[in-house]
Design a binder for this molecule. Structure first.
Ligand code: FE
Ligand code: CA
Length: 576
């Protein structure tokens, strides 16, 4: 029931109405109302992003604006903004690159470059004054930019929170590149990124990392500095990039500057933008983004704790919740290095997508929030029952479920699901009863049956699942059913712990003990903060569990709590 926010018809092609493209008109359009421009052009039937396919039909917002309204020298890929300053606000006097740079969604021939302008991240609107700013970008094969292979210009518009998403194409596969942005006299820091290997080409090794849950007020982002040092080929962020809650004055971040909006729960687009600006001012997070391309998914806290489809945590009117979801999605898109075609349309954002690396691995990145049924039994920790097993309920939605199953037929050696929360039951016994958290797949048993049965039917002998959400490392066997002891082990799931959510933690805590006691399929657990980093080869998936003992004091050392090795063709967990 999208009563509050109307979807634009795909037939309203933006190019047909130039008057709407005048800068002042665009900037006055309500933020949640979605502009008419790129949305209509971005819905593709093939959700697998591959080199050489249909991506060029996707026009970016700035490309459309530039192509219609600008003089030729302002088309992307050409000269500077000089001579047309009347179309833009002048470049800010202060350095506008305070939120850093990022790259993401690597393809064999392309990468997304991201920045968002803010001269003062904790001030309203990041300290920016109204008006668009021309931002040049450069991509080179060396960090000194002696060999620039691509460059161009984008408009950072107020409408998009002064964010920039550049979709660079025509690059070489499996190659490091360096990039930076320029606005007036200001230069951003330099980011390093890397394209994906050629599709289907033999690939002997891929390094990757994954993590989630970086609640700013609960701990320092020490893990990101360690990850930046490692600079893996690609980093997966699997949800809870921000938290929507008010931020207390106390805690490990006491005294650090913060926006005025931290005093209330985030609701408006400006609130969410403030929150991203705050998080992105962290130097360790910025260093991680500058070190490696990210592939990003959202979970609940980018919007609201434990939301499900159109249903909010507190069951507010769905029309009201969808307006909030639209604000949250818009801010997520503005602040995430994803392609322009993920730009939300009102409260809808097509975030599930697949990335393939050579002949080695597919990562299917899921969205298990937007299309899910409401949590069973009022949410929380419960016994599984007829509701959790109801085949009419779903955590993926029907369309995404079919897309996941279709992906299992690919020729890639490994099949990974990169997503939000555990497929495995992390059962514990309370009051003599076996219970699970029904926000996880254990509360959507029929979805688990359909995905794991579908994997088996399609010959996937060892499905891999990487997740976050639970603020602990948990390594477990994937099975369609954890009560039926005859159900075979079909894969391996590794939940990476949180960057900072839940504070210092412990190697072993009471909840970890309870899970281990009631869940014999769990082979390792740890409740410190950190991330997981892995090397994948045609024969092995080797994961180092990187943790630190403290996120309440700066520069606490990181260590490897365990190394998990899984062979390619059988779901066997080796812990050392
Ligand atoms: Fe979280
Ligand atoms: Ca979560």
């Amino acid at each position: 029931m999208y009563l509050a926010i109307k979807r634009r018809s795909p037939t309203r092609h933006p190019g047909a109405d130039r008057s709407q493209l005048a800068g002042a008109t665009i900037q006055r359009m309500p933020d949640h109302d979605g502009v008419t421009l790129p949305h209509a052009l971005t819905v593709g039937a093939d959700r697998t992003l591959r080199a050489g396919t249909t991506r060029r039909r996707f026009l970016t917002w700035s490309a459309v604006v530039a192509g219609i309204a600008m003089t030729p020298q302002l088309c992307p890929g050409t000269a500077s903004a000089e001579g047309s300053a009347d179309l833009f606000a002048p470049a800010p006097r202060d350095n506008p690159f305070r939120l850093g740079v990022a790259s993401g969604d690597p393809l064999p021939d392309g990468i997304v470059l991201w920045t968002r302008l803010a001269t003062d991240p904790t001030a309203p609107r990041g300290g920016m004054t109204p008006g668009s700013v021309a931002v040049r970008w450069e991509l080179a094969t060396d960090p000194r930019f002696t060999s620039i292979v691509r460059n161009g210009q984008e408009l950072a518009t107020e409408l998009d929170g002064w964010s920039v998403h550049v979709d660079v194409r025509g690059l070489d596969p499996a190659r490091d590149y360096f990039y930076r942005f320029i606005a007036g006299p200001h230069r951003s820091t330099v980011g390093r990124t890397r394209t994906a290997p050629r599709l289907g080409a033999p690939l002997s090794s891929l390094s990757f990392a994954w993590t989630s849950c970086q609640r700013w007020d609960q701990g320092l982002f020490t893990a990101w500095a360690d990850l930046a040092q490692a600079a893996p080929d690609v980093v997966f962020f699997l949800g809870d990039y921000i938290y929507e809650y008010p931020i207390p004055a106390t805690g490990p971040r006491a005294g650090q500057p913060r926006p005025e909006s931290v005093t209330h729960e985030q609701m408006s687009l400006e609130d969410y933008r403030d929150r991203y600006a705050l998080y992105k001012s962290d130097p360790n997070l910025a260093a991680a983004h500058a070190s490696s391309p990210f592939i990003s998914a959202f979970d609940d806290h980018e919007v609201e704790n434990n939301w499900a489809g159109q249903i909010s945590e507190d069951d507010v009117d769905p029309r009201v919740f969808l307006a909030r979801r639209a604000n949250a999605f818009k801010a997520w898109w503005e602040n995430t290095p994803v392609r322009a075609n993920l730009r939300p349309v009102g409260p809808d954002l097509n975030a599930y997508r697949r990335f393939t690396f050579g002949d080695l691995v597919d990562f299917s990145v899921l969205d298990t929030r937007q299309y899910r049924s409401d949590q069973a039994d009022g949410d929380g920790v419960h016994k599984q029952d007829a509701v959790t097993a109801d085949p009419a309920r779903t955590i993926t939605g029907a369309a995404q479920e079919k897309w996941i199953l279709d992906g299992f037929t690919s020729r890639s050696r490994w099949k990974f699901l990169a997503h939000q929360t555990v497929i495995s039951d992390l059962a514990r016994t309370t009051g003599g009863e076996r219970k699970v958290d029904v926000d996880q797949w254990g509360g959507y048993e029929a979805s688990r049956h359909r995905i794991l049965d579908g994997a088996r039917e399609r010959g996937v002998s060892n499905l891999a699942s990487i997740v976050g959400d639970i603020h602990r490392t948990v390594v477990s066997e994937l099975k369609r059913d954890y009560v039926d002891t005859s159900a075979p082990v079909q894969g391996v799931e590794i939940s990476a712990t949180s960057i900072s959510s839940a504070g210092d933690g412990a190697d072993v805590d009471s909840q970890g003990k309870a899970i281990a006691a009631a869940s014999p399929h769990v082979k390792f657990g740890n409740a410190r903060r950190g991330y997981a980093r892995a090397t994948l080869s045609p024969t092995n998936w080797r994961t180092e569990i990187r943790v630190t003992d403290s996120v309440s004091t700066p520069n606490s050392p990181m260590r490897t709590a365990a190394t998990i090795t899984v062979p390619v063709d059988r779901p066997e967990i080796n812990v050392s």
